[in-house]
Each structure stands twice: as C-alpha cells, then as structure tokens.
Design a protein around this ligand. Structure first.
Ligand code: MN
Length: 293
C-alpha cells in the first residue's frame, strides 16, 4: 500500500542567465531553499527552455575552457545540437534526444558550444544540464563519458495512448535506461498527451522532483503546474500521479541522497575545504590539462 507523495513546493525559477554566450538558462536550484539537501544527489539544474538562436557565420556560441572535479555533468538535448571537446582530446556532439553523461570525477577541462552545422543554420535550442554528485569514494576516479544516443533510451508506451516515458537512467515499469550511475538515480523524459496520465513511485527516503517543460499538468489530483514550473516533492509517501491538462513534456528526477558533506566552489564539488584548495592548486598547476580558447 503506497501513499501519495506530498509537494514541498512549486518553483517558477530565478531569472534567466547566460552561460558563456551560448546557453540561456534558468538555474532552478538557486531559488529553492535548502536545495542541496532536498535534491541530493543532484547539485545543479540549468534548464534551457526552447529559444531560437540566429545563424552565426564565423563564431560559435558557447562556453570557453573550464574545469570540473568531483561530480558528473549530464547534458540533455531536446532540440538543437551541442558539441564539446576536452583536454584529453575527446569530443562529441549531442543532438535531439541524446544525452551525454560525463563523469568529471578527478577532473576534466572542456569547452561546450553550439555544434557547427546547427550554429550555421540557427534555430531552436532546447536542452538541460544537470550536475550529479559523486560519493566520496568515487570523486577522484578517472574521468569518463557515456554518450547515450536517443535510440538507446528505454521506452515505455503508456496505455490508452496516454504518452511515452523515455528512461535515461534507472527503471520504469521494468524497463531500464542506459546510464550507469554511481548511486541510485531515475531520470525520465516524459511526454503525455492531453488527458493522458502517468504514475511514478519512489521511496520516501529518496528525493524526487519534476520539471514541466511544456503544457500543464495536475499532480496527485489537485496541484496545478504549468510550463517552466519545477515541482519538488517531500520525503513523505511514494506515489506521484501526473495528469496532463494539455499536451505535456516533463523531466522526472529521483535519486537516493548522498549523505556526505558538500563543499563546492564553482566547478569543483568536494567533501572538504582542503579538497577544494587542492582542486584550485591542481587547476592552477595545469593538472586538468590545457585547451585553447
Ligand atoms: Mn562544463
């Protein structure tokens, strides 16, 4: 017997800010009280709502070389196309439906920018980047990538043409997503047709949230959430029901919190001040590698 999971809050997010000159995002967590605890293992959620970029002839919008250490960056593309390359010589492109799950761990130095052909044409960009914390024991592992192509995602078609759940990480109705995670995480890309509904169930001890990226929904039979609303659930009850009042597109996040100290400084997220100082020193000494601007 499961009970409904109550809503902690529905947040419309802070003002939009730019990451470099390429990404026009809302950093939802900055506007949520105690987000670090209530959303662990997720550390940051930069959401890029659909936005049309004009063509750029000779420049490529994006964000220049920067390091990461101690966590993972998960980049989801819904529309448009994003490219990256890093100081080890790795690179790649994330197009519609694709996800890049980058485990920065001990450290990586990379650039992220609009993919060349997309940049030349311009057009709609719709994406998100989520930072996922790593447990202490894995923060200094070697870095790595999981390029997750659209075709690899787990797919559950809901009955009565209610919609579709794409499983990026975790499991829904027995169907698994392709991402390998270091702690238990569910990440679902959900489309509901008008009047369609979907049920989710996550242990009360785990954190859970969803973002309405399009449309309007009713949650647990009464709470209304509209486009760009971020819904955070309490650690009470398990079941979440979502009914679409209009064609809806949602991102559903759930994870077991990592109950360890978090000390962060910009792109470094460690467990102590000493480790942050070490990260800064390592970066200054070129231990993250080099990349031309
Ligand atoms: Mn980055």
């Amino acid at each position: 017997m499961t009970t409904e999971r109550n809503i902690e809050g529905i947040y419309s997010g802070p003002p939009i800010h730019w990451v470099g000159d390429g990404f026009r995002v809302k950093g939802y967590f900055s506007a949520i009280p105690d987000a670090q605890r209530k959303l662990s293992p997720f550390l940051l959620f930069d959401y890029h709502a659909p936005y049309n970029y004009p063509p750029t002839a000779n420049t490529r919008r994006g964000v220049g070389p920067h390091p990461h250490r101690g966590f993972e960056t998960v980049t989801l593309a819904f529309q448009g196309s994003v490219a990256h390359h890093d100081s080890t010589g790795s690179g790649g492109v994330i197009g519609p439906g694709d996800v890049q799950w980058m485990t920065a761990a001990a450290g990586i130095l990379h650039r992220e920018y609009h993919e060349e052909n997309y940049a030349r044409e311009g057009g709609p960009m719709h994406m998100a980047q989520i930072w996922v914390n790593l447990p202490k024991a894995r923060k200094m592992d070697a870095p790595g990538y999981q390029p997750l192509a659209a075709a690899q995602m787990g797919v559950v078609r809901l009955p009565d043409e209610a919609g579709i759940v794409r499983i990026i990480a975790g499991e829904y109705q027995g169907v698994k997503g392709p991402a390998r995670t270091f702690t238990p995480i569910n990440m679902f890309d959900v489309r509901l047709n008008r009047a369609g509904r979907a049920d989710f169930s996550f242990p009360a001890s785990e954190n859970a949230a969803l973002l309405v990226m399009k449309g309007a929904v009713t949650i647990n039979g009464s709470a209304k959430a509209a486009t760009d609303d971020f819904v955070l659930f309490r650690n009470e009850g398990e079941r979440i029901t979502v009914a679409a009042d209009d064609d809806a597109h949602l991102l559903v996040l759930n994870g077991e919190p990592i109950r360890e100290p978090v000390v962060s400084y910009g792109p470094f997220v460690m467990n102590s001040e000493r480790e942050i100082q070490q990260a800064i020193t390592d970066f200054q000494q070129g231990k993250f590698g080099y990349l031309e601007d």
